[in-house]
Structure formats: C-alpha cells, structure tokens
Design a protein around this ligand. Structure first.
Ligand code: FAD
Length: 306
C-alpha cells in the first residue's frame, strides 16, 4: 500500500477527470489521477471538435485534449497509467485499488465516462471518424443534406433519428431484429417524418466504402444494401456500476452514477462528473462538471483537514 495520503484521487483522464485535476491541483491539493487507456478519454482522436468554446476554427480531439493534459501537468497533477479495479470507502480515507497497488485519499472524484457498445461488424473500426460515428450531437452537423443510417433501437436512437432528420437529406432508421420497444417517446413522430425510412427487423452486417463510408449491407431486409454517407451507431452504454457499486456509490438502472447539482454522490467525499453521471455527452459539459467536482472536493478536503 502507498504510504501517502492524497488529498484527491481522480478515476479517469478524460475531459471531466483532467479538468477536475486542473482545479484541485491549482488549489494546492495533492492530486493523483488514474487513466487506464488513453489520456484525453473519448475526446482524444483525429475527429474534429467544432463546438468547444474558445476555438472558433475548431481543432482535433487530440489537439484539444493535449492542451487539457499540458494544463494538468503544469499544475502538478500526478498521473498514473493504471486501471482502477476497486474503490472502498473507509470514511476519512477512501481506498483506491489498481492492478499495481492500493492508494489512499481523503476524497475521490469518479470520472470514468461511459463505454459505448459497438456493432462489431466488418468496416466499423476501419471507418470510425470517416463516416462511422457514435455521437449525433457531435457529428450530425457534418452530414447536412446527406444520407445517413442510425443503428439502434432505444430512446437515444429514436431521439437521434429525429435530430438528424432536421438537417439530413434522408435518414434510414435500423433498429435491429428486436425492433423498437412499442412505447418509446418520439417513435410516432419519427414514423411521420417524410425523410425517415424505418427498416423493421433488419440487421446491418457490414459497412463499406472507399476513403469514407458509402454503403451498408443489410441482413433480412427488403434490399441487400443501402448507399449512405454516414452511419450513426447509437446502442446502449455501459456504466461503471460494477466498479463503484462495491463501494456503495448509488447508480440508476442504466448504471449512471447519481449525483446532486454539486456533483456529490451519496457517499461523503466521493464526487462524480462527466459521462459517468449521464448528464450529456459533450466535452464542455464533462469539463464543467469536472470543474464543479474539483471545487467541491477542495471544500470537502478543507473541512476534513481542520
Ligand atoms: C468520435 C467522437 C467524436 C466526438 N465529438 C465531440 C464533439 O465534437 N464535441 C463534444 O463536445 N464532444 C464530442 N464527443 C464526446 C466527448 O468525447 C465526450 O462527451 C467526453 O469525452 C466525455 O468526457 P468524460 O471525461 O466524461 O469521459 P471520457 O472521455 O469517456 O473519459 C473517461 C476516461 O476514464 C477512463 N477510465 C474508465 N474506467 C477507468 C478505470 N477503471 N481506471 C482508470 N481509468 C478509467 C477511460 O479510459 C477514459 O479515458 C465525441 C466523442 C467521440 C467518440
């Protein structure tokens, strides 16, 4: 076990976790951040970010998150490239278990994001960022007046079909063999939209194209395939309920961590921010919640240090 008692341990190095770290370390808190895969989180990558304030020309996810990382380093956040596998609340000290050791902190900020389910079909990985997307708010505007498919049968998929149909030329809604649950909000509205075509009971089996996506192949459908410019994969998300649940952190039925407006979980001194609380899948939202969690962690540490 590490001898050191950190003021703050942050789980996850995406926009929420890095921003929380910038706030806590800048206020003089001894801060340790764990990132198991890629610093920058889901925001990292070659995709273009056009809606993060302060960058009117836009920039790539990598360029933006490199700036987050630089700022966290500047204020002295200690970063460990390790996956956290356990969290225990011992009251005054929270125990964080990684694959390599046990660490202690006065307070913990959970910023582990959400894992999006993937289709796992040929072409999906190859065309990620070149026509395949998992976020309509982020990438929908790139497909104005174009033809897109939305794969998924849940509430988010229906909402995203409606959102895309406002700007896209045509939207193919592909719920998969199970189809839509009967009572989803927006389903009736979706059926009435002239530029929306629903393929009930049909699965998508591959995504093809040249440099960018140009076609999808269907199984059990009225047609063998469709010409499209983009494919939005809007399947369920997987929360971090298993990791945090053992510590007693409350989550909802989707696995999203429950917080109040100050990012406080039900456990004293444990905060959560970003997509793991399911507040909205945008960098600016995650960063804002991370900042709020950092400020509240500072207040908490000051109160327990007295
Ligand atoms: C292709 C794409 C394009 C996008 N475009 C935009 C856009 O244009 N504008 C916009 O605002 N948003 C965009 N987004 C969404 C944005 O990236 C997310 O909303 C944002 O990254 C969420 O931040 P987060 O910190 O909450 O979670 P994440 O970014 O998911 O970060 C969570 C981090 O926690 C780590 N982690 C999880 N569990 C553990 C563990 N047990 N131990 C250690 N580390 C752990 C993960 O590895 C991950 O790095 C896009 C996303 C994608 C994928």
């Amino acid at each position: 076990m590490s001898e050191e008692l950190y003021d703050v341990i942050i789980l996850g190095g995406g926009p929420a976790g890095l921003t929380a770290g910038i706030y806590t370390s800048r206020q003089g808190l001894n801060t340790l951040l764990f990132e198991g895969k890629q610093l920058g989180g889901r925001a990292w990558g070659p995709h273009r970010i056009e809606n993060y304030p302060g960058f009117p020309e836009g920039l790539t996810g990598t360029e933006l998150t490199d700036l987050f990382i630089e700022q966290a380093n500047k204020f002295g956040v200690e970063i460990k490239a390790e996956t956290v596998v356990g969290l225990t609340d011992m009251g005054d000290a929270k125990m964080v278990l990684s694959r390599r050791g046990v660490y202690r902190a006065r307070t913990v900020i959970i910023a582990t994001g959400l894992q999006r389910r993937q289709l796992s079909i040929p072409g999906e990985q190859e065309y990620k960022g070149r026509g395949v997307s998992y976020c309509v708010i982020c990438d929908g505007p790139f497909f104005a007046d174009q033809i897109v498919a939305v794969v998924g049968s849940g509430k988010d998929a229906v909402e995203d079909v409606l959102r895309l149909s406002e700007t896209a030329k045509r939207v193919y809604a592909i719920p998969g063999s199970a189809g839509y649950a009967g009572d989803l909000e927006g389903l009736e509205e979706m059926k009435e939209r002239d530029n929306v075509e629903i393929f009930h009971g049909v699965n998508i089996s591959s995504i093809e194209g040249g440099n960018v996506v140009s076609r999808i192949t269907l199984e059990n459908g009225p047609v063998a395939g469709l010409d499209v410019d983009g494919v939005f994969v809007i399947l369920d998300s997987v929360g971090t309920a298993d990791l945090v649940g053992d510590a007693g952190v409350e989550t909802d039925e989707r696995g999203c961590i429950k917080v109040d407006k100050h990012q406080r979980t039900n456990l004293d001194g444990v905060f959560a921010a970003g997509e793991c609380v399911c507040g909205g899948s945008q960098i600016v939202v995650a960063a804002g919640e991370g900042a709020n969690a950092g400020l509240m962690a500072f207040r908490y540490v000051r109160s327990v240090r007295k």
